[in-house]
Design a protein around this ligand. Structure first.
Ligand code: GCO
Length: 473
């Protein structure tokens, strides 16, 4: 097997997010975010999460961001993806009362990224909205959130767009509305019968589009997208029923967000199967949403298998996971399809069993998206968590295989892929799973509390890719 050259102008980067790395959760003028609040209830024990205060320091990147950026620089990466904390910038959720210390922090962070010669890729909102917006009107369950997000995004765009040219408005709206909805319910903050994932999806899609329009109205320069979680699924067998079920699933999961912002409305299959559960877009909203993205930003990890299910059979029990919860919530009310994730044939990692290792899923997700939307695609996340002590060669083998898969669709089908961003640069706090899921290409010493950063393997692998522009086997 030979080393594979990267396409021209193909960007290589690594990502972090504010909540998962910054720490300093209630200092520097930051208020409690929805995620802080959920964890502080201490009621996520059933999901494997043990210590309610563990997330409070995260990786202490609020103070150590220069060390993080230095790692990206050392590996000669081109893109540094990070997110801005809504509750650090607008602690009261009120655009008239920004926290200037928080704003300055992001100026310093972006300044350092630029100083080190990296391209900043900013996500405006990565799950962590101010808790006050939950208290006031139940967050994304309310239309009020659309205006709140647009105002926040407009503030951030105007403040930083002279330095940042690559933007994602929201990280994984489809995960926000499903997985995080489940966390709110598990934490006892919302009653299951009062939580509506479809309403959340409807509002958050509109919020993205409103923010996109604000960016363009203000005549700012740069490209704006939204990060979408995608697990493109294959039919479980070659039967017509399974093939149809797989396409319904893919449309429900990724099409629900991508189709409206490209074509102005939900996909037909989504309307057919869940139309009765979703609010409808008005003609003016459809108009506003159409074409409201400059590129498609995808977070791609795993594969899924989908099977048609007889409506009378017993529902399959799914393990708790981001993917399974999406399935569960997105198919609520759709009773003829069952979804089975990963094939159980050893393609899952020992430490993080719900993300299958399936480089071909990268290929199918890119092709599925390209065939429908024909917009440039950024792979904004891809990575694997390995237990401490496991052979780090597995991680580089994983990246080699997934990257080859990306390059194959560029070469074979001329898919326009802008670049590939690793999740994650450093080990981070993984939502309801604490510090056990170690996705970083660099480790953080959480155990001793020193927060020291260190590369997990010699830098050669990334230097070959990012500097020499070939994917080593
Ligand atoms: C998400 C995020 C990341 C995760 C990553 C690994 O998917 O929730 O964008 O924050 O850490 O995907 O699960």
């Amino acid at each position: 097997i030979q080393d594979v050259p990267l396409p021209d102008n193909f960007l290589i980067g690594a990502a972090v997010s504010a909540f998962q790395t910054e720490g300093w959760w209630n200092k520097g003028g930051k208020s409690e975010s929805m995620v802080d609040h959920v964890l502080h209830t201490g009621r996520l024990g059933t999901l494997g999460y043990k210590n309610a205060n563990d997330s409070d320091n995260a990786a202490d990147s609020y103070h150590r961001f220069k060390e993080d950026i230095a790692i990206a620089k050392q590996l000669k990466l081109q893109v540094y993806r990070f997110s801005i904390s809504w509750s650090r910038v607008l602690p009261e959720g009120d655009v008239a009362k920004p926290n200037m210390e928080g704003v300055q922090y992001y100026h310093d962070l972006i300044g350092e990224i630029l100083k080190q010669g990296l391209i900043p890729f900013a996500t405006v909102y990565h799950f962590d909205h101010p808790q006050v917006l939950e208290d006031q009107f139940r967050g994304w369950q309310s239309r009020e959130m659309i205006r709140k997000f647009r105002d926040y995004a407009r503030f951030v765009f105007n403040e930083f767009s002279s330095k940042v040219q690559l933007w994602a408005t929201i990280n994984e709206p489809n995960v926000m509305c499903t997985y995080f909805g489940t966390l709110l319910i598990t934490a006892g903050l919302v009653k299951a019968e009062d939580y509506d994932a479809y309403k959340c999806m409807h509002h958050i899609t509109l919020a993205h589009a409103e923010a996109y329009r604000a960016f363009k109205e203000d005549k700012l320069t740069g490209r704006v997208g939204v990060n979408t979680w995608i697990v493109t699924s294959k039919p479980n067998t070659t039967s017509i029923e399974d093939s149809f079920a797989a396409e319904v699933f893919n449309q429900l999961q990724a099409g629900s967000i991508l189709h409206p912002i490209v074509f102005g409305d939900y996909p037909e299959l989504v309307k057919t199967f869940t139309g009765h559960l979703r609010p409808e877009f008005t003609p003016a909203e459809k108009e506003m949403m159409r074409g409201a993205t400059d590129f498609i930003s995808l977070n791609i990890y795993a594969e899924g298998n989908v099977a048609y299910k007889d409506p009378d059979s017993t529902p399959e029990t799914l393990p708790f996971s981001g993917a399974a919860v999406i399935v569960d919530k997105m198919t609520h009310g759709v009773d003829f399809i069952s979804f089975r994730f990963a094939d159980g044939q050893g393609r899952r990692t020992e430490n993080y069993p719900w993300y299958s290792v399936a480089p071909d899923a990268m290929r199918s997700s890119l092709l599925w998206t390209w065939q429908r939307y024909k917009l440039p695609i950024m792979v904004a996340e891809n990575g694997i968590s390995l237990k401490k002590g496991m052979d780090e060669k597995l991680r580089t083998a994983y990246y080699s295989a997934y990257l080859r898969s990306v390059v194959s669709v560029v070469n074979d089908f001329k898919v326009n892929v802008m670049g590939y961003i690793v999740w994650s640069l450093i080990d981070t706090f993984e939502w309801s799973n604490g510090y056990d899921a170690k996705f970083g290409i660099a480790a953080v010493d959480y155990e001793s509390g020193s927060f020291n950063r260190s590369l997990k393997s010699p830098p050669d692998f990334w230097l070959q890719i990012a500097e020499k522009r070939v994917i080593p086997f």
